[in-house]
Design a protein around this ligand. Sequence first.
Ligand SMILES: NC(=O)c1ccc[n+]([C@@H]2O[C@H](COP(=O)([O-])OP(=O)(O)OC[C@H]3O[C@@H](n4cnc5c(N)ncnc54)[C@H](OP(=O)(O)O)[C@@H]3O)[C@@H](O)[C@H]2O)c1
Length: 383
Amino acid sequence: MKYTQLGKTSTKVPVIGQGSMGIGGYLSRDARSDEEQIAALRLGVELGMTFVDTAEAYGDGHSEELIGRAFQRARDRVFLATKFSPEHNDHENVLKSAELSLRRLKTDYIDLYQVHWPNPSFPLAETMHAMEQLVSEDKIKYIGVSNFSLKELKQAQAAIGGNGVVSLQAEYNLFDRAIETAVLPYCQEENVTLIAYSPLDQGRVASGDRRIQELREIAAKYGKTPAQVVLNWLISHPRVVVIPKATSQAHIRENAASSDFDLLPEDFNRIRQIFAPRYEQVPVQRIRIIAGVQGSRQVYQTAEEAKENKLGFRPSPMELARDMQDGEVLKPVRVIRSTDESGQYDYDLVEGRIRYWAWVIAYGGDKPIPVYVRESEHLGSAQ
Ligand SMILES: NC(=O)c1ccc[n+]([C@@H]2O[C@H](COP(=O)([O-])OP(=O)(O)OC[C@H]3O[C@@H](n4cnc5c(N)ncnc54)[C@H](OP(=O)(O)O)[C@@H]3O)[C@@H](O)[C@H]2O)c1
C-alpha cells in the first residue's frame, strides 16, 4: 500500500481507503448481513485499506454502528472519517452529531470529521468554529469538507486556523472529471487532500466498445483488472486518495492491490484521452424532469415552482442561480436517453435537479445546459 500526507499535517493515510455508503445504503440498509459487511471491512483493513469513510446519514447511522463493531478492539489500526448531514450544520447540532457518531463508532475520537454538504441556511464560519471546538476538546483530530465548491472551500479555509481544512471529498471517476478544471489544481497547490468518492463510478465504467476495450488492453499489460487500473489512474494524480466501497471479498482484494504498480506515462495519458470528459450542450426543453428516474426523488416541474422552493432544498435553485451569475461553474447535470415515446424529449434527468432549475433561472431557458450522458456498463462486465 502507498501512503500520502494528509493535508499539511504529518499524518499519513493510505491512498486506497474504504467507502461504506453501500454498507448501510444511503438512507436504507444494504441487504447483506451485518456480519458479512463487518468481515469485509476488517479484511480491507488487514490488506492495508485502513482509511475508512462513513457518515451519520449512511444507513441512518447503521454504517457507523457496523464500523464501531468492526474496529472497537482495533481502534488504533484505523483512520476513521465520518460526516454530519447538512441539516446539522449549525453550531449546536455539529457538536450533537459528533457525540452521536462517537457513540455509534464506539470510540472517543474521530480522525477526520467532515461537513457532508454545504448548507447556506447556516453561516459557514459557524459550522467551522464548531469543528474547531471539537478539535480543542480532542473529539476530532482533523477537519474536512465534502461536496464544497472551490469558493466554499476557500471560505471554509478562511474561517479556521490550526491545521485548517485538511481534505475535500468530491466525486471523481472516469465519468465525472469536473474537479480537474479548478478544484483539483487548487488542492494540489494548497496541499488539501482530495478524497475521491465513487471512484469506480459506483461499479460502472463508461461504455462504448473502443473505450472499454482499450481499458481492458491496458489492464492486461499490467496483469491487473480494469477497476485496479481506474483506481491507480486516479491516485496517480498528486494529493488524490480514493475510497472505493466493496463488500465482495474479491473486490476488496482487488482494490487493496491497486496501488502496487505504476502506470507508465503513456498509459496514464492514454486513459486521460480516451476518457476525456464528454459534455454535451442540450436545450433545456429537450430534457424531461420526472421523479423516480434512477432514484431521483421529488422534483420541480416549472421554473416558478423552483423559485418558490417549497420543498426547501438548500442551496435553493435561486441561490445556485446567483452563484452561477457570479461566475461559479457548476458541474454538468446527468441524463440518460429518454424513455419518453412522444418525441418531445431526448433525455431524462437523473442527477442535478437543483442545478437544472438554477440554470433555467439564471439563463431564462434560452441557453443549452451542459450534460453528461450516462451510458455505462458495470465494471464486472468489462473484465
Ligand atoms: N461525500 C459524499 O457525498 C459521498 C457520495 C458518494 C459516496 N461517498 C463515499 O465514497 C464511497 C465510494 O463511493 P460509492 O460507494 O458511491 O461507489 P464506488 O466505490 O465507485 O463503487 C461501489 C460499487 O463498485 C463495486 N466494486 C467495488 N470494487 C470493485 C472492483 N474491484 N471491481 C468491480 N466492481 C467493484 C461495489 O460492489 P460490491 O459492494 O458488490 O463489492 C459497489 O457496487 C462511498 O461508500 C462513501 O463512503 C461519499
